[in-house]
Design a protein around this ligand. Structure first.
Ligand code: PMP
Length: 323
């Protein structure tokens, strides 16, 4: 779907995947005015297919658009673009337990103009791809590297928007994590370099021996994950106390070493809920619990997956059946 200041949104169509021709002066190539979303269509036990909270993705997409000085896409158009592509690509939805059709809506500045100002023209697209389990063989625990050198987002910046630039800044930190023998990077806040924020592509939860949970608050520097939001609802309905509070690396280490912290997990659309087994930083490392999925992590994971896969009732209206 195209956007121009004079015509608004127009020219919606579905075409076979192919290349996009761009002028070298297209403004996105210079100033990175680009946003995206990620969601999945799941096969249903009855043979149909469903989306999980696509309206939440539509709202976050528009929040990202506002931050990046881009036009909002009406929610109905966003949802119809997703539904239309899933119907077209229905044959690509994996029927197995772990598979899904991953959908990637995105929008970028397409005006041919080198001045530094918001573009007057945009292109919105959705592409789809079949995906399997994010981690083969279920959900083994992941190891995290705490980066001291890099931060992901500063107050007033774009941390809460899902824009390509946020990922451009985190690539080097992810590479640092791999170099240090860890699976994923975890970022601390940019001001004090003290509080745990999120991973490169997932939010984080902590579980304590009294059965309560904690996740960092939405201070504007982390992405408001839809999985994070769903887990907050599920956990509270399961009678679990969940605090949204700042949590320092120092406290995390002390709690893990004293046994007060019993589990930690990362969450996001791609890997759903993944236990965190160990944490490493320049000051040394520590492990968490038994290094595999703890009971509360497993409980949260199955409550969520069962709703997504149609194996449990959906009291929240999260599922949108489309086929
Ligand atoms: N944080 C970041 C930086 C992410 O890229 C993602 C993935 N979209 C998440 C958190 C988790 O968000 P969601 O649950 O909506 O996938």
């Amino acid at each position: 779907i195209r956007y121009s200041e004079d015509k608004g949104w127009h020219d919606a169509r579905i075409t076979a995947r192919g290349s996009v021709q761009m002028d070298p002066a297209s403004s996105v190539l210079h100033y990175a005015q680009e946003i995206f979303e990620g969601l999945k269509a799941y096969s249903r036990p009855d043979g149909g297919a469903a989306l999980f909270r696509p309206d939440a993705n539509a709202r976050r997409f528009n929040a990202s658009a506002r931050r990046m000085a881009m036009p909002e896409l009406p929610e109905a158009l966003f949802l119809e673009s997703i539904r239309a592509l899933v119907r077209t690509d229905a044959a690509w939805i994996p029927q197995d337990e772990d598979g899904a059709l991953y959908l990637r809506p995105f929008m970028f500045a397409s005006e041919v103009f080198l001045g530094v100002k918001p573009s007057a023209e945009y292109l919105y697209m959705v592409i789809a791809s079949s995906v399997g389990a994010y981690f083969k063989g279920g959900a083994p625990s992941v190891s995290l590297w705490v980066t001291r050198e890099y931060t992901r987002a500063a107050p007033g910046g774009t941390g809460a928007a899902k824009c390509g630039g946020n990922y451009a800044t985190s690539l080097i930190a992810q590479a640092e994590a791999i170099r240090n023998g860890c699976d994923q990077v975890v970022f601390l806040d940019a001001v004090e370099r003290r509080y745990v924020e999120e991973l490169g592509g997932m939010n984080i939860f902590f579980v304590f021996e009294d059965g309560s949970m904690l996740t960092p608050p939405l201070t504007g520097t982390i992405l408001p994950g839809i999985t994070r939001d769903s887990i907050l609802t599920l956990a509270r309905d399961l009678g679990i106390t969940v605090r949204e509070e700042l949590y320092s690396l120092e406290q995390w280490r002390a709690d893990a070493e004293s046994g007060r912290l019993t589990e930690a997990f990362a969450c996001g659309t791609a890997a759903v809920v993944t236990p965190i087994g160990s944490v490493k930083s320049a000051e040394g490392g520590f492990t968490i619990g038994g290094q595999s999925a703890g009971p509360l992590t497993q409980r949260i994971r199955s409550s969520l997956v069962d709703i997504q896969r149609g194996k449990a009732a959906d009291p929240y209206g999260w599922i949108q059946q489309i086929l």
